[in-house]
Structures are given as C-alpha cells and as structure tokens.
Design a protein around this ligand. Structure first.
Ligand code: NI
Length: 471
C-alpha cells in the first residue's frame, strides 16, 4: 500500500512536471512569435524621441527615430507652440511617408533605406510662420525620391494663409500677375541655359493652382515650384505686387507701399467726368501692326482712348503716334525697352523715361505727362524719379488680362462686367484679339451711357510723383 501510494505520487509528479514543461514551451513559443510579429508590424521598437531647438524663437523640433522593415526613419516635426500648425505639418509628413512604396523583399539583404523628414523655417514673427517641409527617401538602388511642401501659417489661429487670402479682393488679378512673373522667370532661365522655352509646359501653369507662398522678409515673398522636374524658386519684391496687396492682412505681414487713389488729388480739366459716366480705355506696348485699325475703330465711333507707348516702337511707327494725338487720344510713356523699372540702376531708369519722352516729343510735338511702368511695377524710388521728371504714374482699376487669355469673348465679358464710372481699363494694342473685339466693347459701353475719354480728359492735371488708378 505504501509502495502503491509512492508509485501513485511519482505518477502524479511526472504528470505535473510534464504539464509545467508543456506550459513553459507553449508560452515561450507564443511569446517568441508574438515578439517577432511585433517586430515586423509595429515600428515602436527602437523609437527615440527628443527635442531640439530650431534656431527660431519659440520653435523646437521633435525628432522621432526608428527602424522598421528594412528602413531607418529619421523624422523631424516642428513644435511651434500652436497645435494646429504642428498637426498640419505632422499630417503632411505622415501622409507623405505612407505613400512611399513598400520595399521590394528581394532587396532586403541590402543595406537599409533611409527616410528623412525635415523642415526649414523661412521666416517667423508673432504674426506668422513660413516653413518648408521635405521628405526624402535614400535608396541604395535607384534614384532618391523627394517631396516638398511649403506654407505660411497665421501664428495665432494656426490656419494656413493662402495666396488667395493674401491678395484679398484682388486675388484673381494678383495670382495672374504671379503667373506672369513665373513665366518670365522660366523664360529667362531657359534663355540663360541656351534652351528653348517649352510653351506647352508653360500653358500648364494656372493662376487657380497658386495656393501657397512663403514670406522671406517683409519686402519679399517666395514661390517654389517643381515643374517637369525643374525646381524653380521665384522671389518677388512686394513692390512688384503692391497694386494687389492693398489690404489689411497683407499690411500686417508685409511692408506695402500705399497706392494713392486719385479722387482726392485729381483735378479734371473739365468736370464732365464728375457729372457723367466716363471710362478710360488704355492700350499698352504699342504702337504695333494693329494700332492703325484700332484708331479707325475709335474714330468711327467718336471714342477717345490713351496709348502707353514703348519708345522703341515709337521709333518704328512714329506716324501712328502723331495720328493718335491729332485724333484726340492721349499718349503716355511705357518705357523705352519694356523692362521692369524696379530692377534698374537709377541712370538706366532715367534714360528709359527721358529718351521715350524725347521720342514722343519728336513724333507729336508734345511731352507726355503720364507714365505707366512696365508690369505696373513701381517702388518708392521709381515713383520719386518719375516725380522728379514732372510726371505722374497711371496704373489701372480694370485689368482685362488680354495678354493671358487672348480670347475675344472672355475679354469682352470681363470689360463689360467690371466697367465702372471713372474706371481705367488696361489692354494691349499689340494683341490682335484685343483689337478684333474693341468695336464690340466700344459699342456696348456707349450703349450703357459711357463716355469713352482719354486720360487727359478724365484726369487732367495730375500731381507729379503720385500714382493714379482711377478717377
Ligand atoms: Ni506693357
């Protein structure tokens, strides 16, 4: 009995030991496999996070590092003190690196790939933060890939400030103007590299796609483009866009030279345009091959207009300038070579203005009193120089963008829709579409009761060194 009990106890022990052993093995296998599954699926292993200063007041960097599935990640997230900004940038980084394709398993034996996210603060103030974010994947095979994005945030609300908001009620014209400058920059770049400009690629640039911008400093904004693999950075002096930046948001972020509107300062030679509906059509960049036909159309309808002529074209077609004056139109100065005044040395600027005045004097017997700088680009120095020559700057209040659209119906609709008494309309008589549609425009405006007047008739004596955009 004692022996039997012993035997029984031994059996019991054996079973217990076996059970414990099985349990240990099971747990180990389960644990190990969980460990490996975990290693493959969640990237938290090796994660290190730390803060670093960005060099900008109140902005630090959260660095996250980990390795996962044959890739090393090194991600820098900005901490700006505003959660909305931090979340927006973090979302972009996370979305961008999730879009990186899975690594080919056949390459797993190679050195790990690296994924870097970094950002750069372009400028920051109590009002805003402008920053660029970049995600790069370095591969040991194939080419590295890179994505960038850039934003300007309102530092208080944490919301993105779009280009549309920056231009306010001038957002359509303002963005068109940026597209114009971008096209010029790309044309210059192609020229300096001895390549032809790809017009079809240029046609893919649309003002409506211009969403974000960067502030470099209070006088400069920047646009970064990746067009057909060419990185293009366009930096613009705010003076070149000032006509479109006359709003409070722009003034809060940038130094904007105020544009003097003229109702207070203009003294029309007659008060006709105060008593009746007047509108001033102005034509830039000529005289050209279509100007003579344009003069016929205006003469037949008893309409007056103004021509801002380019000095070099006056030399080629001085008889047209003479004819325009004899038929009651105003001639204004539009530079000698159609180069932006804001990028010129003072001597060159002086020459561009006075040489054109001399050419106009020679053709017509009179000196112009109005000048419209190419692209409407003026800054305080340019306006002062113009004032010293006894002239005033005349810009416009109605932009037809006829140089961009070259579509008769679009130009017609735009003029009619935005016509206002005292308005100054900008068009180009070197554009055949514009000249082809002008009879329709004049007929319609006259039917609406407008007097089509020259600038001499509308503005009369103006103050030298002032900017006029309408009556
Ligand atoms: Ni022009």
């Amino acid at each position: 009995m004692k022996h039997a009990r012993l035997k029984h106890r031994w059996h019991f022990h054996l079973r217990l030991i076996t059970a414990v052993f099985v349990l240990i093995v099971t747990l180990s296998v389960a644990g190990l496999s969980l460990y490996y599954v975990d290693r493959r699926q969640t990237p938290q292993i090796d994660t290190r996070e730390y803060r670093r200063h960005s060099g900008y007041r109140g902005i630090s960097t959260r660095v996250v590092q980990y390795s996962d599935a044959g890739r090393h990640y090194y991600l820098e997230y900005p901490r700006t003190g505003n959660d909305n900004i931090d979340r927006a940038v973090a979302r972009w980084i996370d979305d961008a690196h999730e879009l990186i394709p899975q690594r080919d398993p056949a390459l797993e034996h190679l050195a790990p790939e690296s994924v870097y996210a970094s950002y750069m603060v372009r400028s920051a103030s109590t009002e805003h933060i402008s920053l660029i974010s970049q995600l790069a994947v370095d591969r040991d095979t194939g080419t590295p890939t890179r994505q960038t994005s850039y934003w300007t945030f309102d530092r208080r609300s944490g919301q993105v400030i779009t280009l549309e908001q920056l231009f306010g009620d001038k957002s359509v014209d303002g963005r068109e103007r940026v597209v114009l400058y971008l096209r010029q920059a790309l044309a210059d770049q192609a020229k300096s590299r001895g390549r032809a400009l790809d017009e079809r690629a240029l046609a893919t640039i649309h003002a409506a796609d211009m969403r974000n911008f960067l502030i470099v400093d209070r006088n400069t904004i920047e646009f970064d483009y990746d067009l057909w693999g060419i990185d293009t950075t366009l930096r613009l002096d705010t003076d070149r866009l000032q006509l479109y930046l006359q709003n409070n948001l722009a003034r809060r972020l940038l130094d904007i030279t105020p544009v003097v509107t003229s109702r207070a300062t203009a003294s029309p030679t007659s008060d006709r345009c105060i008593r009746t509906r007047c509108i001033a059509l102005t034509f830039d960049d000529g005289p050209g091959p279509y100007t003579s036909h344009l003069l016929d159309v205006l003469r037949d309808r008893g309409a007056h207009a103004s021509f801002f002529v380019v000095g070099n074209n006056v030399q080629l077609r001085s008889s047209l300038v003479k004819r325009a004056v004899s038929e009651g139109h105003t001639i204004g100065n539009h530079s000698l070579t159609h180069t932006s005044f804001t990028t010129m040395r003072p001597e060159r600027l002086h020459h561009e203005i006075s040489e054109t005045n001399t050419l106009i004097q020679r053709a017509t017997g009179g000196q112009p009193r109005y000048i419209r700088p190419p692209y409407g680009a003026v800054d305080a120095d340019v306006v002062r120089t113009i004032g010293e020559q006894g002239m005033s700057v005349v810009l416009w209040s109605i932009d037809t963008r006829d140089w961009a659209d070259r579509d008769a119906d679009t130009i017609y609709r735009r003029v009619i829709a935005s016509a206002r008494p005292g308005g100054i309309v900008i068009m180009h008589d070197i554009q055949p579409t514009t000249v082809a549609t002008i009879a329709r425009i004049v007929d319609r405006l006259q039917a609406q009761g407008y007097n089509l007047v020259s600038l001499d008739e509308m503005l009369g004596d103006t103050e030298a060194g002032k900017i006029y955009t309408s009556l």
